[in-house]
Design a protein around this ligand. Structure first.
Ligand code: NAP
Ligand code: 3JN
Length: 350
């Protein structure tokens, strides 16, 4: 009989943790025992795994005895504090936060892109999951980079509110309902401005776009934008790649979209890019503008593939290409990528 693993999910009650549990079930990960961990607020709460009752326990330093794989999505602070204890207890930690991503001893892994990097788990017992916006961009760009070497990336994102968590999903829904209930009648999209208590964002998100994800840094970029710069270089193992990102929150519930402009060292035609992407792991080309066919967040929701369309040669520069890249941020951008890493570990290393 093939081996089964004891799995802990830290942050099991959250948006990402819940999806991790769903993806473990869907992909039939070989689980022996499952342990759900969260804050004191959720202690004793009843959840389930494959139809069996599982009681949520409080995350602590002693939560990981006998655990083989610990999936973390309880925020960076918890990852910094508890991942070392999990690793010390013998678990391999797969962490969804930014806490360990840029640690040179911690592999940062997208299974379709740099599966070899997981071997570095032996350094600290921790593997980092990249940021959602980085993951989908890497899945789409790796085959093109291997073919013609990317020199520069200019990316603008259109990020769904689910990236902020359940609170933001609820806020967008409440704003839309309030507007539709008549509060905004005859006043355009700003119908109820001033009447609503925003808490997920500094402004109304319904009918709006906020060029602001995570906090602003000293260079004028946000932390989310700098994650895309630094994580791209680490995953592609090339510090010479230039990246400029603008990350934008849009009133979409699930799936991030990205407009990506690329400059390559060597020429790559749109047809060649379509051919390379058509056989790339984890990618689906959705690109027939003669029939108005291109990727959209509504179509990507609930899926694990990264969808690429609007593939065209850049008319403003040599060796340039433009793409539109869409993926479900909670699945491929977080939970599915983490479970795929666990599968790699289970197949080859545990
Ligand atoms: P969420 O819905 O707010 O869930 C947060 C989870 O963390 C809940 O299970 C919560 O437990 C738990 N938690 C909070 N404080 C805790 C504490 N002191 N001790 C133990 N558990 C605690 O957030 P989310 O959207 O799932 O995101 C969770 C984290 O995943 C983020 O902070 C981020 O680091 C990471 N993330 C990564 C990506 C990515 O791009 N790869 C995308 C989204 C999120 P309670 O229910 O008991 O409060
Ligand atoms: O906003 C999004 O669309 C993605 C958010 C990711 C996120 C949210 C809170 C904390 C992260 C992340 O994964 O980079 C973090 C973090 O820094 O851990």
């Amino acid at each position: 009989m093939s081996r089964r693993f004891n799995v802990a999910v830290a942050g099991a009650t959250g948006a990402v943790g819940q999806m991790m549990i769903k993806v473990l079930e869907e992909r039939d990960f070989p689980v022996n025992e499952i342990r759900y961990l969260a804050s004191e607020r959720s202690e004793g709460k009843e959840l389930s795994f494959r139809g069996q009752k599982v009681i949520v326990r409080k995350l602590g330093h002693d939560s990981f005895d006998g655990v083989d794989v610990a999936l973390f999505s309880a925020g960076g602070g918890r990852s910094l504090e508890f991942a070392p204890s999990a690793a010390e207890a013998g678990a391999v930690v797969i962490d969804n936060s930014s806490a360990w991503r840029m640690d040179p001893d911690v592999p940062l892994v997208v299974p379709e892109v740099n599966p070899h990097a997981v071997a570095g788990y032996t350094n600290r017992g921790i593997i980092a999951n990249p940021n959602c916006s980085t993951i989908q961009m890497m899945v789409a760009l790796k085959p093109l980079h291997d073919y013609a070497k990317i020199q520069r990336i200019v990316v603008s994102t259109y990020q769904a509110v689910s990236g902020t968590g359940q609170k933001a999903i609820d806020e967008l829904e409440a704003e839309v309902k309030q507007w539709a209930s008549g509060a905004g009648e005859g006043k355009g999209a700003k119908g109820y401005a001033g009447e609503f208590d925003y808490s997920a964002y500094p402004y109304q998100i319904a009918f709006n776009c906020l060029p602001h994800i995570d906090v602003f840094t000293e260079n004028g970029y946000t932390k989310e934008e700098m994650k895309m710069v630094n994580e791209t270089r680490k995953i592609l193992e090339d510090d010479t790649i230039m990246v400029s990102a603008t990350t934008v929150r849009v009133p979409v519930f699930y799936s991030h979209s990205e407009s990506v402009n690329l400059k390559f060292a060597d020429p790559v035609s749109a047809d060649k890019a379509r051919e390379l992407l058509s056989s790339a792991p984890g990618v689906k080309v959705v690109d027939d503008v003669s029939k108005n066919i291109y990727p959209m967040p509504l179509d990507a929701e609930g899926q694990d593939l990264t969808f690429v369309g609007r593939i065209r040669e850049d008319i403003s520069q040599e060796n340039g290409l433009d793409l539109w890249v869409v993926a479900d941020n909670i699945r491929k951008g977080a939970a599915t990528n983490a479970v795929q890493i666990a599968e790699l570990m289970a197949e080859k290393y545990l």
